[in-house]
Ligand binder design. Structure first.
Ligand code: FAD
Length: 563
């Protein structure tokens, strides 16, 4: 019934269509609980739109690629390994037009179909963000066959598919002596996946996140339109999509800014026992004009033989004193830095390193150095991945929590979280490093950050031991994450989640704060039926009006979508 009304309005009057969408999307209750990770708890699909009549219609689409309707369990998994939603179909696109035809087809079904679409990059989300319960998952890596095109010259760039892995881009650009400027710590992630979040790593203090290093995008919107956008062309869509959590369109191509690639890296680690000296040095380094090329850091709580474990990849500057250093029972902070250089610059880079280190106040016996190729450095997490895979410890639950903490509150945060809430850190690394947003971070994107120039990324990268009920078990780690979040809220630290995950629309509203209205308006403009990225659980594809009115007799509808 609803779809007939919709079709009639669509054919006759665009304004009426908009009004209907406003009404439908404003029907999403503020406190709708989007948190369940159990398939049976998801609202049932109305019988007239069940998969038995949707799937044949998908089969009729004329595509370069194909749909698979069976053996799609992998699309209900991700790196987090705690949320599992089985799709009805997986599209393996071979062209942008496959994606556009599929979305257009679903858009034309109208709001009653409840069919949604999730782009799946490399599926390294943490809580089902790239999944679509009984919907269509688009396997973006199938688009990888499109070539990576490199343009050399004064402002070099690479044109790449949205489903391309960063590791492949690195290999290809290095052949031209070039490379992207801003990275993630791990490179087996897709361009579309990281640009939908931000892409933050140790280069972001200087170059901004990956979303600040994109010249142009090609996007398929929630209406199936293929749009090219950039700072100067369809700029609103460009900024909406960057950091947009997949809500406004599917990134099918991206133009990534490149720089000359260094050959070698000096990779340095030093330790601090005092948080304020550690963060003071980090802030000093990210603010210096001629600094390191990469700056990160991590927290170490009560580890035995820490420096011995580093010796397989790093050399201590002072081996005797380093071997006497005792990390047991202590909370330590490791500053990690990298300096890029070419083999013909060894002397000058050594001088620069000496100067930079002389400005820092680390524990002198803990200076560790290593020299590796650029590729080896950027691909460092893959080496750990291989080891963990061998031990069967890669595909286990990863209850990660990523926060952005304003500089003014970082000491308070560290004191409570590292001093009280966490007394056990063997569940995985805890990264902590500052970035300066006045360096190439753009507030027009959809990314939400705390309202200060300098913010710290704090990443609790925990792995849960399967079936454990101890400190290393999933429940315990989730409780600890909850305590950290509750503390941040109670102490009003102004933190924001990175790779955000919430259970209610009210929480999303609070997350976006003053950006919420624009986010909603962009949703209405580019994905009015809320077809895209349902796994983020921000908007729910319109519940049929009849059902909704029956369930919500008291509800007053806001006058407009953005209200
Ligand atoms: P997916 O998980 O497949 O998708 C993520 C979201 O983006 C989903 O909502 C999906 O629908 C949407 N999406 C996917 N492709 C597209 C597309 N083409 N167009 C539009 N939407 C799309 N992040 C950092 O910032 N810095 C790090 O250093 C970092 N290190 C990491 C290390 C590891 C080991 C892991 C597992 C993750 C890390 N991340 C890091 C997080 C990572 O950037 C995100 O989880 C990212 O979304 C994963 O990319 P993916 O290709 O697997 O995306």
């Amino acid at each position: 019934m609803l779809s007939h009304v919709y079709r009639f309005l669509k054919q006759n009057n665009v304004i009426h269509l908009k009004l209907l969408m406003i009404l439908l999307m404003s029907c999403i209750p503020d406190r709708i609980d989007l948190s369940s990770n159990h398939l049976e708890a998801t609202p049932p699909i109305p019988s007239h739109f069940n998969s038995s009549n949707i799937l044949p219609s998908l089969k009729k689409l004329c595509l370069d690629g194909y749909f698979s309707f069976e053996n799609n369990q992998y699309a209900a998994r991700d790196f987090g390994n705690t949320h599992h939603f089985l799709p009805s179909a997986v599209l393996h696109p071979k062209s942008v037009s496959d994606i556009s035809s599929t979305i257009k087809h679903i858009f034309d079904m109208g709001p009653g179909s409840q069919l949604t679409v999730a782009a799946r990059g490399h599926g390294h989300s943490l809580q089902g963000q790239a999944q679509a319960h009984q919907g269509v998952v688009i396997n973006m890596e199938s688009l990888q066959e499109q070539e990576i095109q490199i343009y050399t010259g004064e402002q070099p760039y690479a044109d790449v598919s949205g489903g391309q892995l960063w590791i492949n881009i690195l290999h290809e650009t290095l052949r031209y002596g070039l490379a992207p400027k801003s990275w993630t710590d791990y490179l087996y992630l897709t361009v579309g996946g990281t640009l939908s979040n931000a892409g933050i790593s140790g280069q972001a203090f200087k170059h901004g996140p990956q979303i600040s290093n994109v010249y142009q995008l090609e996007v398929v919107t929630g209406k199936g339109e293929v749009v090219t956008c950039s700072e100067n062309q369809n700029a609103d869509l460009f900024y909406a999509v960057l950091g947009g959590l997949g809500q406004f369109g599917i990134i099918t191509r991206a133009r990534i800014s490149l720089e000359p690639a260094p050959k070698m890296i000096k990779w340095i680690r030093v330790l601090y026992s005092d948080f304020s000296s550690f963060s003071k040095d980090q802030e000093h380094l990210i603010s210096s004009q001629d600094s390191f090329n990469y700056i990160e850091g991590f927290v170490i709580i009560n580890r035995t033989g820490l420096l011995n474990t580093w010796r397989s990849s790093f050399d201590p500057k002072d081996p005797i004193r380093a071997s006497q250093f005792n990390s047991e029972g202590r909370t330590l902070y490791c500053l990690e830095m990298a300096l890029y250089f070419s083999p013909n610059e060894v002397d000058s880079v050594n001088k620069k390193l000496e100067r930079l280190l002389s400005e820092l106040s680390y524990i002198h016996s803990t200076l560790f150095l290593s020299e590796v190729s650029y590729l080896e450095f950027l691909n460092r997490v893959h080496f750990s991945e291989r080891k963990l895979r061998q031990k069967g410890l890669w595909e286990i639950p990863h209850p990660w929590l990523n926060l952005l903490v304003p500089k003014s509150k970082i000491n308070q945060f560290a004191e409570e979280v590292f001093g009280n809430i966490l007394n056990y850190s063997s569940n995985g690394p805890i990264l902590i490093y500052p970035v300066n947003k006045s360096n190439r971070w753009n507030n027009k994107t959809s990314l939400v950050t705390p309202d200060e120039d300098i913010v710290y990324l704090v990443a609790f990268l925990s792995s849960a031991t399967p079936f454990s009920t101890g400190k290393d078990g999933l429940e315990n780690i989730l409780t600890q994450n909850k305590r950290i979040l509750e503390y941040c809220a109670e102490a009003r630290l102004g933190t924001k989640q990175y790779l955000p995950h919430y259970s209610t629309q009210e929480e999303w509203r609070a997350h976006f704060g003053p950006k919420w209205k624009a986010f909603q308006q962009r949703k209405l403009a580019y994905d009015p039926l809320a077809i895209l990225a349902p796994g983020q659980r921000i908007f729910q594809k319109a519940i049929p009006l009849k059902t909704h009115l029956a369930n919500q007799p008291q509800r007053k509808y806001p006058a407009s979508f953005g209200a």
